[in-house]
Design a protein around this ligand. Structure first.
Ligand SMILES: Nc1ncnc2c1ncn2[C@@H]1O[C@H](COP(=O)(O)OP(=O)(O)O)[C@@H](O)[C@H]1O
Ligand SMILES: [Mg+2]
Length: 245
C-alpha cells in the first residue's frame, strides 16, 4: 500500500504529564488520540484538567513530560504551535478570552487575515460563517454588548472562519438556553470537522459525539459512569407528548 495513503492521527499525545507551579500533577502520563472523522466527548468533574489538556494541545501550556504529535509531526517549540493553531481551533471555555475586537466582523475576520487572506476575502469568509451560524446582521454589533449565547456563537464563528481541520470545544453548552443549545447541536451535526467537546451535559454530548471519555486521576479513561437522564419527546404519529424514563 502507498504509505502516503496512511493517514496520521490529527492529534496524538503520549505520556503527557503537567503540573502547575507548586501543585500536584493535573495530568499524569496521559495518552490520547484524535483521528480524522472522530467526534469525541469528554465529561469529567470541575478541576480534573480538561481545560489544561486543551491548552497543552494548543501549546498555551508546556507539558513537563511527554510527546505531542499533530498530523504526524512532533511539536514542542512555540513556532511549531503557531502552525498548530492555524489548523486546530480552540473554542475557549470563557468567550471573553476569545473575543477581543470592538465589533463582531473584526473578531471573525481576524483569523482569516492572520492566515494571509486579503481584506476582501476575510470579510467574505466572515460573512459566510456568520450566515452559516444564523448570525446574519451581527457584523457591526459591539462584541462586549452581546448576550452570553451570542458571544458563544460568535466565538464559534471566529474558530470556524479559520477552516480548521479539527476543533477543541471547551464547555460550549455552558450557560446556553435550550433554544441556543439546540441550535449549537444542529450546527455541530452539520459540520464535517473532527472535534473534542468538553461538557457536563451527557445528553448534549451523546447527540453530537460518537465516543465519550472521562478524565480521571490525570488520565483519559473510557466513561463508565451511569448518567441517569430522562427524555421528553412527542412522537410524530402520537397525539400526546409523553415521557420515557
Ligand atoms: N493557572 C493555574 N494555576 C494553578 N492551578 C491551576 C491553574 N489553572 C487551573 N489550575 C488547577 O488545575 C486543575 C485543573 O484545572 P482545569 O484544567 O481548569 O480543570 P477543568 O477544566 O477540568 O475544570 C484544578 O485543580 C485547577 O484549580
Ligand atoms: Mg475547564
Amino acid at each position: 500500500m502507498n504509505q502516503q495513503l496512511i493517514e496520521n492521527p490529527i492529534i496524538k499525545l503520549a505520556g503527557i504529564t503537567f503540573s502547575y507551579p507548586g501543585a500536584l500533577p493535573v495530568l499524569k502520563d496521559l495518552d490520547f488520540t484524535l483521528s480524522d472523522g472522530d467526534r469525541i466527548g469528554m465529561i469529567a468533574p470541575n478541576g480534573s484538567g480538561k481545560t489544561t489538556l486543551f491548552h497543552i494541545i494548543m501549546g498555551l501550556l508546556k507539558p513537563t513530560a511527554g510527546r505531542i504529535e499533530i498530523f504526524g509531526q512532533r511539536v514542542a517549540e512555540e513556532e511549531d504551535f503557531v502552525a498548530v493553531r492555524r489548523r486546530i481551533g480552540l473554542l475557549f471555555q470563557d468567550a471573553d478570552d476569545q473575543l477581543f475586537s470592538p465589533t463582531v466582523l473584526e473578531d471573525v475576520a481576524f483569523g482569516p487575515l492572520n492566515l494571509g487572506k486579503s481584506k476582501e476575502e476575510a470579510i467574505a469568509i466572515s460573512r459566510k460563517t456568520l450566515s452559516f451560524l444564523g448570525l446574519e446582521g451581527f457584523e457591526d454589533r459591539i462584541t462586549i454588548r452581546l448576550s452570553g449565547g451570542e458571544k458563544r456563537l460568535v466565538s464559534l464563528a471566529t474558530v470556524l472562519a479559520m477552516e480548521p481541520r479539527a476543533m477543541l470545544l471547551d464547555e460550549p453548552s455552558a450557560g446556553l438556553d435550550e433554544a441556543t443549545k439546540n441550535r449549537l447541536i444542529d450546527i455541530l451535526k452539520n459540520l464535517d470537522i473532527s472535534y473534542v467537546i468538553v461538557s457536563h451535559e451527557f445528553d448534549f454530548l451523546s447527540e453530537i459525539t460518537d465516543t465519550i471519555y472521562t478524565l480521571q486521576n490525570g488520565r483519559i479513561q473510557v466513561d463508565t459512569a451511569a448518567h441517569p437522564h430522562e427524555h421528553v419527546h412527542a412522537h410524530p404519529y402520537g397525539r400526546h407528548p409523553h415521557k420515557h424514563q
